[in-house]
Design a protein around this ligand. Structure first.
Ligand code: PDD
Length: 277
């Protein structure tokens, strides 16, 4: 498969990344994961907008317009003939002799993007997954989709080591989000989720889900809830570009509701399904 390297589509062997790339040395860069359904990119505009927003927040200049980036992504998908899968795209602050502060003089950022064929997690979408609480030890700018993912990596690994699919992160008693997903609880016909702030990534799937809630008549309250409240929810959901609308059926080994995909969850999934190309 071909790779998008800066503004060129090249073979894997042609890509050269410097060992002093700031993404490699500092995690100094940003990224997006975008889903491809039936040859079409899903919510591409939202993902590209968020990429540029992340870039702004760390004063990184992407040397292409959004339009050009959209075109390059489409060209990559067509070249690789991807039907169902994803695009991973990252931009780093470029390659210079190692020093913490930004390069002087400034250098061009380094963009790489590649596609991957994937299948939807249909079995888990129907039967749900297990999750566990992990302390949220990340920094205070979780709104930036940064390449610095060590806090997320450690949290996910802890979940996996406990035979769970995802870590539910909490700062003190308050649930923030997942290690690579957003979290929601449904109680007495109301959906609760952490408000958009510096403590969570403003998920694109989160946005789609809140639209779905409107469509199915499920009221939404964007308010944080506690670990204890999480355990007492009737239904629990996590979401991401890859996991879509994923039922969480147990937390720390404790059943949520009747430990099955709930009725509201199924309705949201159906509304979500109608939106994918
Ligand atoms: N992760 N929160 C975090 C910390 C994330 O890393 C992600 C996505 C989300 C969900 O965002 P979205 O719905 O826009 O995918 C929330 C991506 C998929 C990843 O790192 O692979």
């Amino acid at each position: 498969a071909k790779i998008l390297w800066n503004d060129q589509i090249v073979s894997e062997q042609e890509v050269k990344i410097g060992y002093e790339d700031r993404g490699y040395q500092f995690g100094d860069g940003i990224y997006e994961v975008i889903k491809i359904y039936n040859g079409d990119v899903f919510t591409a505009t939202e993902h590209i907008d968020r990429l540029y927003a992340s870039a702004d927040k760390i004063q990184l200049v992407i040397p292409y317009t959004k339009d050009v980036l959209h075109k390059m992504i489409h060209e990559l998908i067509e070249t690789n003939e991807v039907q169902n899968g994803q695009i991973y795209l990252q931009v780093t602050r470029g390659t210079t002799p190692r020093q913490h502060n930004f390069p002087i003089p400034a250098v061009e950022s380094v963009l790489t993007a590649y596609t991957k064929e994937t299948t939807r997690p249909l079995d888990q979408l129907e039967n749900g997954v297990k999750a566990c609480f992990v302390e949220d030890i990340r920094w205070l700018r979780c709104d930036i989709k940064s390449l610095n993912l060590l806090g997320n990596v450690l949290a996910k690994q802890e979940a996996i080591s406990k035979d769970c699919y995802e870590a539910i992160l909490h700062r003190g008693e308050t649930i923030t989000e997942g290690s690579s997903s957003n979290m929601y609880g449904i109680k007495d016909g109301v959906l609760y989720t952490h408000p958009v702030s510096n403590l969570i990534l403003n998920g694109i799937t989160r946005h789609v889900i809140l639209d779905c809630c409107k469509e199915v008549g499920l009221p939404v309250v964007e308010e944080a809830f506690t670990k204890q409240q999480a355990l007492e929810m009737d239904e629990f959901i996590m979401s991401s570009t890859n996991a879509e609308v994923m039922p969480v059926i147990s937390i720390n080994g404790q059943a949520i509701g009747n430990a099955k995909r709930g009725e509201w969850t199924e309705k949201i999934q159906q509304a979500f399904e109608k939106k994918i190309p």
